[in-house]
Design a protein around this ligand. Structure first.
Ligand code: GAL
Length: 439
């Protein structure tokens, strides 16, 4: 009896074993992931992201970071790709968004992102973000994005040797109080056969424009252009003067600007000694100073130097990169992990020294930063702060697009008085179409 029983058990076991050998394999447990969308691909852009991803990978080894970055400075290509993905209900797990109107009048207004009250509580972010920044990422008291940095738009990069060789004695750090002061230096540089002001791909014209305008009309009147209703008249004499200065600044730029692939070639014209100046945000610092192959590994003050753009001493034209949580999060755990790293002191201290920006948090250890960033941090806490147009702070995207169209037409024009008047009218109309200016 015992023998028969043992025999039966063996048969059952053999059967079970051979059946399991033919059974389909159990599906492999899918690794958790987070797909993060940005435009940090190019030289001077990718290094910071890679450093923050390193922090992420160490903290969340069980979550795969998927880099969905799309190349193109200022996100010109990335934003178009993102819109297509959002329309197709295929949102990345988190995406780069500028603090200000780009986030509030766009992703928040369209209900594409979810509030982050819980994350702000768990990370304590509320207590370490500058009070100026919170309203730019919040609606009805709820925060909607995690700012990772503060960038400065109004930086005048220059090549000290080109200035010296051209006999420019004015010091950009103190002597360009007006655009006319700058143009006087440009005349000398032009006479020496060099480009005075390098410019890159089309979006960099708007970057230049905002800084010429601020340097001409001052921070209060610049803010007045964006208040609702505007207290600075888009059709008035101040804007007219700003446009005239801008037209003159364009006359000193390289004729092939619009054919350059992005902002980096224009920055490189300065460090190569082909141009004296370039006005670009401080992501250019990362490009100039970071080690090769992504950076040019140049020596500050010798191979490149910096001041603020003409007429903006004491003014900080700012923008901030931030990351959002999609309203319909596919991988909520992954997004939460990414945003936690983006919010953290460690994440920001890894990212910003390579990105050329300073932390959005107020408690970062500045000994980890360059001399350039230390200067910037001082200015950020003491200057008059205004918001960038090109980088999403002051204008809703639809309004900014109208300004971009007007800019394209203006650049293709003769830049003369008639073209300047047309440009000013187009700008005034753009404000009306946004609804902040009366018809
Ligand atoms: C800005 C962005 C910066 C930098 C720059 C150039 O819009 O905020 O982080 O990437 O574009 O691409």
């Amino acid at each position: 009896m015992q023998k028969r029983f043992l025999c039966l058990v063996s048969v059952i076991l053999i059967l079970a074993f051979s059946l399991s050998a033919f059974a389909p394999a159990a599906p492999a447990v899918q690794k958790k992931q987070v797909e993060v969308f940005s435009w940090w691909v190019g030289p001077g852009e990718a290094d910071g992201l890679a450093a923050m991803v390193k922090v992420f990978n160490a903290k969340y080894p069980d979550i795969t970071f998927v880099n969905a970055a799309v190349a193109g400075g200022a996100g010109t290509n990335a934003k178009a790709v993102l819109q297509t993905r959002l329309a197709a209900n295929d949102a990345p797990d988190s995406w780069q968004a500028h603090a200000g109107q780009e986030t509030i009048a766009n992703y928040v207004a369209a209900n594409q992102v979810a509030p982050l009250d819980d994350l702000f509580k768990t990370t304590g972010l509320n207590d370490v973000l500058p009070k100026t920044l919170l309203p730019l990422i919040s609606k009805d008291g709820h925060p909607y994005s995690v700012p990772v940095n503060i960038h400065r738009s109004n930086v005048l990069w220059f090549n000290p040797k080109v200035l010296k060789d051209a006999g420019v004695t004015a010091n950009p750090k103190t002597d360009f109080k007006t655009w006319d002061d700058f143009f006087a230096a440009c005349d000398k540089i032009k006479a020496a056969g060099k480009t005075c002001l390098s410019m890159g791909a089309p979006w960099t014209a708007i970057h230049l424009f905002e800084n010429v305008m601020i340097g001409t009309i001052g921070p209060d009147k610049w803010n007045g252009l964006w208040s609702n209703p505007p207290t600075t008249d888009w059709a008035g004499a101040d804007v007219k003067k700003g446009i005239a200065n801008f037209a003159k600044a364009l006359s000193y730029t390289n004729p092939d600007a619009s054919t350059l692939s992005d902002w980096q070639p224009a920055s490189k014209m300065v460090s190569d000694g082909d141009a004296a100046f370039n006005i670009m945000g401080d992501w250019a610092y990362g490009y100039y100073a970071n080690p090769a192959p992504n950076g040019l590994a140049l020596k500050p003050h010798e191979q490149f130097d910096w001041a603020v753009s003409p007429g903006t001493y004491g003014v900080f034209n700012f923008l901030a990169d931030s990351f959002v949580l999609p309203a319909k999060a596919k991988n909520a755990e992954g997004t939460n992990a990414w945003l936690t790293v983006a919010a953290s002191k460690e994440g920001q201290e890894a990212f910003n020294p390579l990105k050329g920006s300073i932390c959005a948090r107020t408690d970062c250890d500045m000994s980890k930063f360059s001399e350039y960033s230390k200067d910037t941090a001082k200015d950020w806490s003491s200057n008059t702060v205004v918001g960038s147009l090109q980088h999403g702070v002051v204008a809703a995207p639809a309004w900014a697009t109208k300004i971009g169209t007007a800019m394209g037409l203006f650049q293709a024009s003769k830049l003369d008085d008639a073209a300047q008047a047309d440009f000013q009218k187009a700008l005034a109309d753009a404000c009306k179409s946004d609804g902040t200016c009366k018809k």
